[in-house]
Design a protein around this ligand. Structure first.
Ligand SMILES: *Cc1c(COP(=O)(O)O)cnc(C)c1O
Length: 372
């Protein structure tokens, strides 16, 4: 391994300390690893932080999306209008209910689902809209709310984001889904949370994550179909400790993003994340740039790796993935904005403990690779 490779700057890294260790150890020693007190404690703390009435902890963001779509009444044969520029989970979750994800193109600035394109994709079979707050930038929820359809928000990348009207992303009342995989703003290893303003939705989520059992039922009776999408107490203890340090971690991410902006300013033709506008505030999750149109993105990634910098194509367009091409006949040219952005996007190393020196190292490498 070359010196550069051995000192490679990783793409992501969680912040874990003695508080997380103590929280997990306490649960281990209590002997109650599941269905214990840490679950409602984490849910209450999370809902309180966002300013929303209810939250239900689940085993992953994907599980949360599945339950949230069921909660707004998405069924077999329905259509769900969503973005092709997302992690594949948002479209996959529709298929779990045999609903069809109907894609619409994205806004070239925010990279979020464009409400006008979404409106044009609505048909009599549309049962819900599924906007994604991509890269932590708030999707135009007021624009979607005007369409008058049920909404599920994929907020898995957007913890800490705030809408222009001052409401936290995830606190508008629609079921909104967060993810706690290790690269997210808050991690429980694997895990997720669904927020909602509706007590009946909360009750349905809680039942369906636990095999369809109602809260007052014993072991033997289940009054609806359910799943095992529970989050365990070890994970919830980790989540509680992470929530305590969330403000610090979000501020650290925002600071790293600021260093990147300064270090990459003037790099000709390089697309940077859009700045906050109209009062919307990004919850920083990744730092994704678009290489100039005349450059081979994958070659840029290889050259960065040779210089000790990890990076990845992020995100690929969902409709062009082989499964979606084969299952639905999707092809190039359907969503030109998404396809152009997806072909040029590169996620750079980005994590709360990244140093200014590391950001500088990435910027120097990118300048060399782009020859600018
Ligand atoms: C992380 C993520 C999810 C959920 O992922 P899980 O690994 O299931 O927790 C869903 N949608 C988006 C956009 C994501 O980034």
């Amino acid at each position: 391994m070359s010196a550069a490779a051995s000192e490679a700057i990783p793409l992501a890294g969680p912040v874990l300390g003695p508080e997380e260790e103590a929280g997990v150890l306490e649960v281990l020693r209590s002997g109650q690893l599941s269905l214990g007190p840490r679950v409602p404690a984490f849910e209450r703390a999370f809902a309180g932080r966002l300013g929303v009435a209810h939250a239900s902890a689940v085993s992953s963001g994907t599980a949360g999306l599945h339950l949230a779509l069921r909660a707004v009444g998405v069924h077999d044969g329905d259509e769900v209008v969503t973005t092709p520029f997302s992690f594949v989970a948002s479209a996959n979750a529709c298929l779990f209910e045999r609903a069809r994800p109907v894609f619409a193109d994205i806004d070239p600035v925010t990279l979020n689902l464009d409400p006008q394109a979404a409106a044009a994709a609505v048909t009599p079979r549309t049962a819900a809209l599924l906007p994604v707050h991509i890269f932590g930038y708030p999707a135009d929820l007021p624009g979607f709310e005007r369409l008058g359809l049920p909404i599920v928000e994929d907020a898995c990348q957007a913890l800490g984001a705030v809408h222009g009207d001052g409401v936290a992303v995830g606190a508008r009342g629609h079921p909104a889904v967060f993810g706690f995989y290790a690269n997210k703003q808050l991690t429980t290893g694997e895990g997720g949370m669904v927020t909602t303003a509706d007590a009946a939705v909360k009750a349905q989520l809680d039942s369906e994550r636990n095999q369809g059992r109602a809260p007052d039922m014993g072991w033997l009776d289940h009054d609806r179909l359910g799943f095992n999408y529970r989050l365990n107490d070890l994970a919830c203890a980790l989540g509680l400790a992470q929530l305590e340090r969330l403000d610090g971690m979000l501020a650290d991410r925002a600071r790293v993003a600021g260093w990147y902006r300064d270090a990459l300013a003037g790099l000709d033709g390089l697309g940077l994340p859009c700045p906050d506008a109209g009062g919307d505030r990004r919850g920083w999750f990744v730092f994704v740039v678009q290489v100039p149109a005349d450059r081979d993105r994958d070659a840029v990634i290889r050259s960065l790796r040779e210089r000790g910098v990890a990076s990845k194509p992020y995100l690929p367009a969902i409709h062009l993935m082989s499964f979606y091409r084969e299952a639905f006949g999707h092809h190039e040219g359907e969503f030109p904005v998404c396809e152009d952005v997806a072909a040029r996007s590169v996620a750079l190393p980005f994590f709360p403990r990244m140093t200014e020196g590391q950001v500088e190292q990435v910027a120097v490498a990118l300048r060399e690779v782009l020859g600018r």
